[in-house]
Design a protein around this ligand. Structure first.
Ligand SMILES: Cc1cc2nc3c(=O)[nH]c(=O)nc-3n(C[C@H](O)[C@H](O)[C@H](O)COP(=O)(O)OP(=O)(O)OC[C@H]3O[C@@H](n4cnc5c(N)ncnc54)[C@H](O)[C@@H]3O)c2cc1C
Length: 435
């Protein structure tokens, strides 16, 4: 019954899976799935990793050409494979990230099957896993299919004129991909701001619909803000320490960039250079985009969050008696003259819209009742109420770094321990599901 599974380093003919049984199956071969595999291997637990595409797919296929990590390289600390390069304070570009993940896989040769999609997961006596290459079973399953699935594009997109090209941020590669003309970027989270800046730097006239994403400074008082927050223990803070866990888990990321060695993204400065800013996009009709009158408030709030992070860094520096250079605070370099409510797409020669409106979750293939009614898995540190079913790599699964390079190792270690003892679901999870 046991087909030989090619390890990563010896990728060859990929085996049929029909009739296979494994103690553990990991679904998804991104950084989370590979981290899980590494931790299981260390404990001698037999398992398989099933990957729909190829290792590194997410970074290779769904990031733009000028993409750089926002988190410094030293935070890339996959289990057994911390960043070893010569630029720990730098920010890897897209291709370097792909290579980092490929090298990680090559470093321990996980039992990985690529180009196989899991189409259904059910719980019978054991887990029944349907794939594009046959049915297999497992005693325990880790879902590591990533934090971001399909594009979340609002229905109003249907109302755009047909000759306006529209793409999602995950499809954006570079300015030349878009037809000549001006571009409307919708959304000012990390992707929206970085893509708007990419287009702006290439000389395109950009119109940006600004939402309520917060921002953070890149550097403050002599260090990267991430380094300060690390020293302050922020990245060890568990989701349980927050009162409103949902708002922490689902809020937009702070915008900043790792481009050119790392710097702020200051939308006010971009506006001064010619980028057109608007409030949140609320509708499209007759080739006209309509915006909420919240641009001023959104810019102010983003700055206020950034300044409040600096406040806490100041407090930390003072409390610890650290000798750090003093730095003047941010003063707004531009203010909106008014709240532009409309943009006539034709008159402005808008040829393309880039939807930087985030992603939706896609777990319909999991036919196990562990979801909260909004499609989010109910779990405690990735352990669900269904014995043997785990999630890994969710944003704020346990800490800030859970859905990122920095914290997935800790979560994978935790789950590997649970899996090793065939763990029962966490008490808190059972209570949460029952209530
Ligand atoms: C634009 C952007 C920028 C980011 N920047 C940073 C950053 O600077 N620093 C940082 O630490 N993090 C960053 N992240 C967050 C995070 O590191 C990435 O989202 C990362 O890809 C998550 O890794 P993962 O393994 O959890 O999921 P993924 O990389 O999404 O991997 C999941 C894998 O599962 C596979 N899969 C999915 N469904 C199935 C199925 N049914 N069957 C089989 N296989 C399946 C997919 O093909 C994929 O390869 C960023 C995310 C985005 C979107």
């Amino acid at each position: 019954m046991n087909a030989t599974v090619a390890g990563y380093a010896s990728r060859g003919a990929q085996p049929a899976l029909e009739g296979e049984h494994r103690p553990v199956v990991v679904i998804g071969g991104g950084q989370a799935g590979l981290s899980m595999s590494y931790c299981l291997r260390q404990r001698g637990i037999d398992h398989l990793v099933l990957e729909r595409d190829r290792v590194g797919y997410e970074w290779r296929e769904r990031r733009w050409d000028s993409f750089c990590l926002v988190t410094p390289n030293w935070q890339c600390r996959l289990p057994g494979f911390p960043y070893q390069g010569d630029d720990p304070d730098g920010f890897m570009g897209r291709d370097e990230v792909v290579r980092y993940i490929e090298d990680y896989a090559a470093s321990f040769n996980p039992p990985l099957v690529e180009h196989v999609t899991v189409t259904r997961l059910r719980r019978g006596r054991v887990f029944e896993i349907s794939t594009t290459r046959g049915e297999l079973t497992a005693d325990q399953v880790v879902v590591a299919t990533g934090p971001y699935h399909g594009p979340a594009i609002p229905r109003m997109a249907e109302r755009l004129p047909e000759d306006v090209v529209q793409i999602h941020s995950s499809e954006y590669r570079n300015p030349d991909q878009l037809p000549p003309g001006e571009v409307l970027v919708v959304g000012s989270g990390q992707s929206g701001c970085q893509i708007a800046e990419d287009l702006h730097l290439a000389g395109r006239r950009v119109h940006l619909a600004v939402g309520d994403a917060p921002r953070v400074a890149r550097f403050y008082r002599g260090r990267d803000v991430v380094a300060w927050l690390d020293a302050m223990g922020y990245y060890d803070k568990s989701i349980d320490e927050f009162d409103d866990q949902d708002s922490v888990r689902f809020r937009a990321n702070h915008y900043v960039t790792g481009r050119d060695g790392g710097r702020d993204i200051d939308l006010r400065a971009l506006a001064r250079e010619g980028m057109r800013l608007y409030g949140r996009l609320i509708g499209i009709s007759d080739a006209t985009a309509h915006f909420a009158a919240d641009l001023r408030r959104n810019l102010d709030n983003a700055d206020a969050v950034s300044e409040s992070i600096k406040d806490s860094i100041d407090e930390f520096i003072e409390a610890q008696g650290i000798d750090a250079p003093v730095e003047p605070r941010y003063t707004p370099v531009w203010e909106p003259a008014d709240e532009p409510g409309e943009l006539d797409l034709r008159r402005s020669r808008i040829s393309a819209v880039v939807w930087c409106t985030g992603f939706r979750r896609e777990y319909r293939w999991i036919e196990v009742p562990v979801f909260d009614g909004r499609g989010y898995p109910t779990h405690k540190r990735g352990v669900t109420s269904c014995p043997g079913l785990y999630f890994l790599g969710l944003p704020w699964q346990h800490t800030w770094g859970s859905g990122r390079f920095s914290g997935v190792a800790r979560d994978a270690e935790y789950l590997a321990e649970r899996i090793a003892c065939g763990a029962a679901p966490a008490e808190e999870t059972i209570r949460a599901v029952a209530s």
